[in-house]
Design a binder for this molecule. Structure first.
Ligand code: SPD
Length: 276
């Protein structure tokens, strides 16, 4: 793959291609094929089963947006859980928040954590924070066994294929509801509003049946199919649009901001129709 083009087949008839300068890491773990490659335009890139998970160039958008809207909607996000997210980008954002006391990350594949620590230190640096704990375990099982424990749960998963499919199910969202405290909030990555329309619709319907508040968050991630990406948030009590943005602490973010906290909830009509 040295000096050649890597193409991710994102959809039938659609691929994204990146010129690869070097393959830094390649292993087949118990769960998946793991690669870290250095690319011309996006820098280092994590591929799981040849699907782009994150790149050094655009990762901040995804990791800030999966974390910050939920964290800043909760008035006191002390105890936070991440399911998946083995590259460390999400936990790096969580530990920045001054109100967070503990951030637990449950990742099924230790290979992802190890490869990220070695080759993606910009993301994996969050693992070194004293507030962070990493548990190698099945996230679905972990959430099922937790009760009224967390203020915020973030589901930083791969696409809904194979083992990750369960992380997009109504049963899983019920376990998430149960694992949250009485005013808890969750946010999950929920794919492309261009290419995963039925999935987003179904998730929103399921979440609305379980949580009193359900919102869709939009952000631009250039290396994901269609570029525009969604996160679905379920909340037991707090509404993201009611947050007094002047109270949001300065979190040293590059995409998320006080203004983005509100504007990311504004949906163009073709997306709005997925949640009505
Ligand atoms: N199509 C790829 C979607 C990947 C979403 N998860 C990314 C994990 C980054 N921490």
């Amino acid at each position: 793959m040295i000096g050649v083009w890597f193409s991710e087949l994102q959809q039938p008839g659609l691929a994204i291609s990146c010129l690869v300068k070097e393959v830094l890491h390649h292993e087949k773990s118990e769960y998946q094929d793991i690669k870290v490659v250095d690319t011309e335009r996006f820098g280092r890139m994590l591929l799981l089963d040849d699907v782009i998970q994150t790149t050094v160039k655009d990762e901040f958008v995804y990791h800030e947006m999966i974390s910050m809207v939920a964290l800043n909607t909760h008035p006191n996000p002390e105890n936070v859980l991440v399911i998946g997210g083995g590259d460390g980008g999400t936990i790096r954002e969580i530990v920045k928040h001054p109100k967070v006391k503990k951030a637990t990350l449950v990742e099924i594949d230790e290979g992802v954590v190890k490869a990220s620590k070695k080759y993606l230190p910009e993301l994996a640096c969050g693992f070194d924070d004293p507030k962070a704990e990493v548990i190698i375990d099945d996230g679905i099982k972990f959430v099922k066994e937790s009760t009224a424990q967390f203020d915020v749960i973030l589901i930083d998963s791969t696409d809904p294929v194979g083992a990750a499919e369960g992380l997009f199910s109504a049963n899983f969202y019920k376990s998430v509801h149960n694992a949250l405290k009485e005013d808890g909030i969750f946010a999950a990555q929920t794919e492309s509003p261009f290419f995963n329309r039925d999935l987003i619709k179904r998730i929103n319907k399921d979440v609305r049946e379980i949580f009193p508040v359900c919102r869709l968050i939009l952000a631009n991630v250039p290396t994901y199919p269609g570029g525009l990406w969604t996160f679905t948030m379920g909340s037991k009590k707090y509404l993201p649009e009611e947050v007094d943005i002047e109270n949001i602490p300065d979190l040293n973010t590059r995409y998320y901001s006080k203004e983005i906290h509100k504007s990311c909830l504004v949906l163009p009509p073709f997306v709005k129709e997925l949640v009505e």
